[in-house]
Write a protein of this length. Structure first.
Length: 192
């Protein structure tokens, strides 16, 4: 049984999120037509998803292409007991665009934008001047090769280069999968 990608959302909500994830400017009437529901249902559900914080619709840009002089990514190891306080403090800096808590050799990642190398240096001196930060490493990003803010949650593993297809799912000369693309929500109205 495939797992449900967004467990807090029903199938209609999932399909609406997926449709807007692909095209955030898509008309509610078009989404409604594709899902076989009313436009008012899509509108009400979108309003609820937006107000609850489950979804935001915004433009994503490449800061380097827009002329931001310095984009930096910092990885740090923070004492576990202080992790929440440290990340909250770093997140309050105006130059910070992303703060993530993780597991592994480093448990903190920060992305920040700066007007100059001197500004980056001042930020690092201030933001990382904390006894609970055990180590850090910062790199200045000079070129973005891929930046995907499409948070589709796949329900099946993606086939990468060199992976074999299941021979029983293909016919001779068939270069395409026989099933629907993975991760695509198939909307079904909730049962009464």
């Amino acid at each position: 049984m495939p797992r449900q990608p967004y467990q807090q959302l029903d199938a209609i909500d999932q399909a609406i999120v997926d449709a807007l994830r692909i095209d955030g400017r898509r008309a509610y009437r078009d989404i409604a037509r594709d899902l076989g529901v009313s436009e008012s249902m899509v509108r009400k559900r979108c309003k609820r998803l937006l107000e609850s914080g489950w979804m935001r619709i915004l433009a994503i840009s490449d800061p380097l292409a827009l002329g931001v002089p310095v984009l930096a990514t910092t990885y740090a190891r923070v004492r576990n007991a202080a992790l929440e306080a440290v990340t909250d403090a770093i997140a309050r800096h105006d130059s910070v665009r992303y703060v993530g808590i993780g597991i592994g050799a480093n448990n903190l990642v920060v992305e920040s934008l700066h007007a100059s190398s001197a500004e980056l240096h001042a930020f690092l001196q201030d933001a990382l001047a904390h006894d609970d930060i055990l180590s850090s490493q910062t790199m200045q990003v000079v070129k973005i090769k891929k930046s995907v803010w499409d948070w589709e949650i796949r329900t099946e593993p993606e086939r990468g280069p060199g992976t074999e297809r299941d021979p029983q799912s293909a016919e001779i000369g068939d270069d395409e999968p026989t099933s629907a693309p993975t991760g695509v929500a198939t909307p079904r109205p909730p049962r009464s």
